[in-house]
Design a protein around this ligand. Structure first.
Ligand SMILES: [Zn+2]
Length: 392
């Protein structure tokens, strides 16, 4: 059994211990300040007699340290050191996570926490729904106000069957043992948690949520930073927004509206372009050959519009050889005549003009390499179609 120093003192990182067992690269000690990870908080790193500890894990009631090349034997008395920089970042992150979720939960009372992950360089809490940035911003502001008040973080423990636990945020099914550790941030938040936290909120300095990512069915991960990394992220993003508002030619306070206008104008322009493209596709060349109509040409329309037209002509029994007037160009070959193998003709034409593509006998499409001439493709493919029709 390993005595767990971190359970009563998260700030003690230099200690003497006796090796209680070894197992290959793994070492177990009679007591340790190394946190083995758990409750969403990453494990510590550090050194055992100067040799790097890469990983720490709990096995039953023992804590094991992965320390390649340790050269230790049972009974050795050694000096151990936890990487304080990493540990302190994790403690600050973990405390900030309690505060952030507590603050979000006050704004959205029926929101649930799904998962947390507190790593040295990435910290997030997954909640069971999408959360508006305005709500995140309000929650972060109340967290930072509490950071400024330097509230005490008090740790206590309760029996698992204590009825008071009902009033405390807890995922009891994820906590082992009969004594439940409770972390109270004075007047701000209370939750059951076996991880490591700072003693006063002021140590966190600053909290900033800088990213929101969908995690599928689970909900949304809200990523955040603490301390100087949080200050830097908030400053960098603020300047990014100033640049965007300058590019949009708007005041920063109007940038959101200006961006929405630009997007809506872009969508209007796209749909107009599509309409124009549909009209232009009908100007494609037309020739009748061996009883079949061939529609061909390089057209100023996008590939979806060309595919739509090619599909229509194919269903009418015609053959279409089309390319977009762009660089690189997208090309389409479609045939409603069973004598033509579009996949093969497309592949042959692409290999001589340059490009890649694929498809089926009746419909194939691809893209030319940049700089390749789309009219060259149309000519080669049309010639091949005519050769195939006249040879049968
Ligand atoms: Zn915690």
């Amino acid at each position: 059994m390993t005595e767990e120093i971190f359970a009563f003192d998260g700030y003690l990182t230099e200690f003497e211990a006796v090796v209680s067992a070894t197992d290959g690269d793994w070492v177990s000690l009679d007591s340790t300040a190394f946190y083995p990870g758990g409750g969403g908080q990453a494990h510590d790193t550090g050194t055992l007699r100067g040799k790097a500890v890469e990983k720490v894990e709990r096995r039953g009631d023992g804590i094991w340290h992965l320390c390649p090349g340790h050269g230790l034997e049972e009974g050795d008395k050694i000096w151990c050191s936890v990487n304080w920089d990493r540990r302190y970042e994790l403690m600050k992150g973990h405390t900030a996570e309690h505060m952030l979720f507590g603050a979000l939960n006050r704004l959205v009372p029926d929101m649930n926490i799904v998962k947390i992950d507190i790593e040295y360089d990435d910290k997030y809490v997954i909640v069971d729904r999408d959360v508006d940035w305005d709500i995140i911003s309000d929650a972060v502001a109340s967290v930072n106000a509490a950071v400024g008040e330097d509230l005490s973080v008090i740790r206590s423990s309760m029996d698992r069957d204590d009825p008071e636990l009902e009033h405390i945020r807890a995922k009891l099914d994820r906590i082992e043992g009969n004594r439940i550790s409770v972390v109270e941030i004075d007047g701000f938040d209370i939750a059951a948690c076996g991880g490591l936290h700072v003693m006063e909120t002021g140590e966190i300095e600053f909290v900033f949520a800088d990213r929101k990512v969908s995690s599928g069915k689970e909900g949304y991960a809200i990523h955040f930073k603490v301390g100087s990394a949080a200050k830097k992220a908030s400053s960098d993003l603020a300047y990014g927004c100033l640049k965007i508002s300058e590019a949009l030619n708007s005041k920063p306070s109007d940038a959101e509206k200006a961006a929405a206008n630009v997007l809506s104008e872009l969508n209007d322009a796209r749909s107009m372009l599509k309409k124009a493209g549909r009209a232009l596709v009908n100007t494609a060349g037309k020739k009748d050959f061996e009883g079949v109509t061939i529609r061909y040409g390089v057209l100023p329309a996008d590939t979806d519009v060309l595919a739509e037209a090619a599909e229509r002509w194919r269903s009418e029994g015609h053959i279409a050889v089309l390319a977009t007037d762009s660089d690189p160009s997208s090309v389409i070959l479609a045939s409603g005549d069973a004598r033509i193998d579009c996949k093969k003709i497309l592949a042959d034409a692409l290999s001589s003009v340059g490009g890649r593509g694929g498809g089926k006998k009746e419909f194939a499409r691809g893209g030319l390499t940049k700089g390749a001439d789309p009219s060259d493709f149309v000519k080669k493919a049309t010639d091949a179609v005519q050769r195939a029709l006249s040879s049968l």
